[in-house]
Design a protein around this ligand. Structure first.
Ligand SMILES: [Zn+2]
Length: 292
């Protein structure tokens, strides 16, 4: 319904103010302050954006519905209990406390027939070490600015086959936990950029196969693994929805799927916390089987 010009200036102003407030406060990730989760910590009102650090790292600070909010990535290795942010603004430096809650991630037992998948041969250990360092550097990357959004669609269509945080036991031996989310899409299915970003790195790695890292500014980095085809180049600027490549089974994978990871201030956190509501409800269905 459209009103004629001049009829309700007060209503028009109220609508404009509401629209401006909504534009200034985009949806935040889900508050889930556990190891591997995200804490939304209110920092209060201030004319200028405060700076905040957690565990020695600069964290993302954005304008929330009630003043500034620190959006803190909590590493899986964090201890539950009291945690603190060092906040710096025009008034000086102060400490803001928040609580990291304990969380039990389920155990997942996997049996692999190829022993080299469980314990890599000594000849590739040097390669693995170099690749791990390169990935870690990429995931800790922080460029200035803020991400264009903090809620987004999944990068591929398909059921969710392995959730974040699963404590993995491979052929009876404990291995590092699952630090991403798996989407069981068939080989060749398109993988798309969930929010605009710049290609930070492209590689073909022993564990993660053909891999792409995207930088979304403000310490938000996303990772796409086991790709069949890669269609982007390092340094390329990509808009939301642009193709990255296709789903595959390259690297250490028992079948085609997309391993998708999200890092915030250098911590790998649960990508599901960033999914738009409509995708958390029905778009991603948990599947019975799981793959790396
Ligand atoms: Zn995975």
């Amino acid at each position: 319904m459209r009103r004629r010009a001049g009829c309700r200036p007060a209503l028009a102003v109220a609508l404009l103010l509401a629209a401006a407030a909504a534009a200034a406060a985009p949806p935040l990730p889900r508050h889930h302050p556990v190891p591997g989760g995200v804490a939304l910590v209110p920092l209060g009102e201030a004319p200028l954006r405060p700076a905040a650090r957690y565990a020695g790292r600069e964290v993302l600070v954005i304008r929330g519905p009630r003043g500034w909010t620190a959006v803190v990535g909590i590493p899986l290795t964090a201890r539950p209990g009291p945690a603190r942010l060092e906040v710096r603004d025009a008034r000086g430096t102060r400490t803001v406390r928040f609580e990291v809650r304990a969380h039990d991630y389920p155990v997942q037992r996997i049996t692999l027939k190829d022993p080299r998948m469980v314990t890599p041969p000594a000849s590739v250990l040097g390669r693995i070490r170099a690749e791990t360092a390169r990935l870690r550097r990429g995931l800790a990357h922080r460029s200035p600015g803020t991400p264009e959004r903090l809620r987004f669609p999944p990068p591929a269509d398909g059921p969710l086959s392995s959730r974040f945080g699963l404590r993995r036991v491979l052929n009876g031996r404990p291995r590092s936990p699952h630090r991403g989310l798996d989407i069981a899409a068939p080989r060749g299915a398109p993988v798309r950029v969930p929010i605009g970003g710049t290609v930070l790195d492209v590689g073909d790695f022993y564990f993660t196969g053909r891999t792409v890292l995207l930088d979304h500014s403000g310490g938000l980095v996303t990772l796409y693994c086991h790709l069949d085809r890669v269609e982007v180049r390092k340094g390329e600027r990509l808009a939301a929805g642009a193709p990255i490549g296709t789903v595959g089974a390259s690297g250490r994978a028992t079948g085609p799927h997309l391993h998708w990871a999200v890092a915030l201030n250098g911590a790998l956190v649960d990508p599901a916390l960033f999914l738009e509501e409509r995708h958390t409800a029905s778009g991603l269905r948990p599947a019975a089987r799981s793959r790396n």
